[in-house]
Design a protein around this ligand. Sequence first.
Ligand code: BTN
Length: 314
Amino acid sequence: MVNENKNIREEVLKALFQAEGETVSGMQLSSRFDISRTAIWKHINQLKTNGFTIESGAKGYVLLNPDDLLLPFCFSPRFQDRIYHFQELSSTMDQAKQSAKSAPHLSVVIAEHQLNGRGRLNREWVSSAGGLWFTLMLKPQTPPFSAYIYNFAASLSLAASLRILFELPVTVKWPNDLLLEGKKLCGLLSEMATKSDMVEYLNIGIGLNVNNHPGKSEPNAISIKDVLQRPVSRKTILETFLNDFQSRIESIDCHDIIQQWKQITSTIGTQVRIETLTDTFEGLAVDVNKSGALIIKDLDGKQQEIVYGDCFHN
Ligand code: BTN
């Protein structure tokens, strides 16, 4: 019964979405789904509680922000079967871990709300409403030591998509954050499993501040809405990104990806501090090598290669 209600609710939402801003009457919905108008009214109320902006009037119901919906039916057919949308999850990373083995390559778990979103180095990730919180589930035919390139491809694709869609001067920060006006716009987190010396699955979690407003607890974060002063379509961002990312990884070229990534990084040429779970390194970031490691030069001119860590621009 719970699932049946959820399915009807999703179908009601789909009917409103397909009406493209026109009013759909309670009567139409009731005869289409063969349930009472009161039952339709209850489904609409539950959808509103779930955060969907639906206007109810004497003539029926209108979905007000169809462009921002992230349900599978909103995406082009090539992605519809690979989008798993949830109203609430502990973390899209947990869900992706459960689904990764059976999900097809390049599938996406999306959550409107995360109760326990997590960031790199086990930090909490605040996931306020209006952000784009998702995990890509990938099955690259590659040994584990080459998997890093998919993170670089993802951050590059997302930055390129945002530059094209909104003409925003988004930069990438090593290893895979996106910055805007020097503040954090997006973070990436990856988890993988191996089997017989090959990657079994690689999950890349992406947290992008879109229509949310990062609060006081995140003074160094910024959202697209903060900068553009208007809400934008999360669905358009995700679809543009998926198209770009899919074509980049079809025949992945590590040299090309790193070169293009370096063209839009704000890390190289900056004094940085790198924190790992056990150490701190400081110096001038001078390069990112073909393996994705950051090369820093300390005050004595000594160069060090850092393979992982959290990077702070000084
Ligand atoms: C970081 O910069 O520390 C990485 C943040 C990654 C956040 C995203 S939001 C979607 C996915 N689910 C999570 O719990 N974390 C990632």
